[in-house]
Design a protein around this ligand. Structure first.
Ligand SMILES: C[C@](O)(CO)[C@H](O)COP(=O)(O)OP(=O)(O)OC[C@H]1O[C@@H](n2ccc(N)nc2=O)[C@H](O)[C@@H]1O
Ligand SMILES: Nc1ncnc2c1ncn2[C@@H]1O[C@H](COP(=O)(O)OP(=O)(O)OP(=O)(O)O)[C@@H](O)[C@H]1O
Length: 284
């Protein structure tokens, strides 16, 4: 039996960091939504008790460092599964980009294995399993649009943004999330984005308000260390994107665009700056 699961990328419409917690994580307030750029997982049961990962991408780990491997390992241990599994990851989401590619693969593996082995895992247990793999995994399990608090694992579903285009551009640098949080200084932040105002903008289904409320305090770290991310933001604004922000810890920058007629101009203009540019839609 083969199971197919789509693992979409996320973007952060707003991201605020409140403080560092005693456990080393940061307390956050984020609003995230999914975009139509996805890895595709093919999950096949093996009779031998082993976990195998393969991918057409030569640049992701295929051992226990792979978050989909960890998902399989955790599900097998918790539910005492003695069968093995092969997970092929057709990688489309750029890696270490701020788009939660690895987290979404882990979430898709959890969803897929739940189906493959007919485990009927209760929602809360899925969330707990996800959170034990990474802070973004619970959101990637549920998808949609959500407010994420705690270290990112506590979710409240929200109204999806209105249908629009998203141009994503990833400069050729890899950014470590741990490093960005490690360098973050709350006292340096002049203006915090507002989760409440972004929530209102979503409820109003107001594209303009959403663009106005975009904000990510981690830009303060990443844009300072990687000026090319700042330049990319500037280019996207000049090319006419309606709202522009860095996603997660970066370095991917996304632009929201309401009119289809503007998309080609932004997309083609950015191709001069970096190779990895995608024009996709919000997953509503
Ligand atoms: C930047 C975001 O992607 C925004 O959605 C997330 O906050 C990060 O989510 P993630 O990549 O799933 O993060 P994890 O794998 O849980 O953590 C990676 C590292 O980031 C730091 N980290 C992460 C989340 C958080 N709320 N506070 C942190 O300080 C920790 O040093 C942690 O060791
Ligand atoms: N399935 C996977 N796909 C991509 N990277 C993976 C995967 N599993 C583990 N990794 C490792 O995780 C690291 C971060 O990759 P990922 O693409 O998840 O980052 P990200 O998009 O910045 O995540 P986030 O937005 O959650 O911080 C990479 O350096 C990679 O080696």
């Amino acid at each position: 039996m083969k199971i197919y699961e789509k693992a979409p990328a996320k973007i952060n419409l707003m991201l605020d960091v409140l403080h560092k917690r005693p456990d080393g994580y940061h307390e956050v307030e984020m609003i995230m939504t999914m975009v139509d750029l996805a890895d595709r997982l093919t999950i096949t049961e093996l009779s031998r008790d082993t976990i195998q990962i393969s991918s057409q991408a030569g640049y992701i780990p295929l051992d226990e460092k792979n978050l989909a491997f960890q998902a399989a390992q955790k599900i097998k241990a918790k539910y005492n599964i003695k069968h093995g599994v092969h997970i092929h990851i057709d990688k489309q989401i750029p890696v270490a980009a701020g788009l939660a590619g690895g987290s979404s693969d882990a979430a898709a593996a959890l969803r897929g294995l739940n189906r493959l082995w007919n485990l009927q895992i209760p929602h809360n247990d899925m969330m707990e399993l996800g959170a034990s793999i990474g802070s973004d995994v619970p959101f990637c399990i549920t998808g949609g649009t959500a407010l994420a608090t705690g270290r990112g694992e506590l979710l409240t579903p929200l109204t999806s943004p209105p249908d629009c285009w998203v141009v994503l551009a990833k400069p050729p640098i890899n950014v470590s999330t741990a490093d960005v949080y490690g360098r973050f200084r709350a006292d340096k932040i002049a203006k915090h984005p507002s989760a409440i105002e972004m929530q209102k903008a979503l409820e109003h289904k107001s594209f303009d308000e959403i663009c106005h409320q975009l904000g990510n305090v981690l830009e303060d770290v990443t844009l300072t260390h990687y000026p090319q991310v700042q330049q990319l933001k500037q280019a996207m604004i000049q090319l006419g994107a309606d709202g522009v922000l860095m996603s997660g810890s970066g370095p991917t920058v996304f632009g929201l665009i309401s009119k289809e007629s503007k998309v080609a101009r932004v997309y083609n203009g950015l191709r001069g700056f970096c190779k990895e540019v995608y024009a996709v839609r919000i997953l509503t």
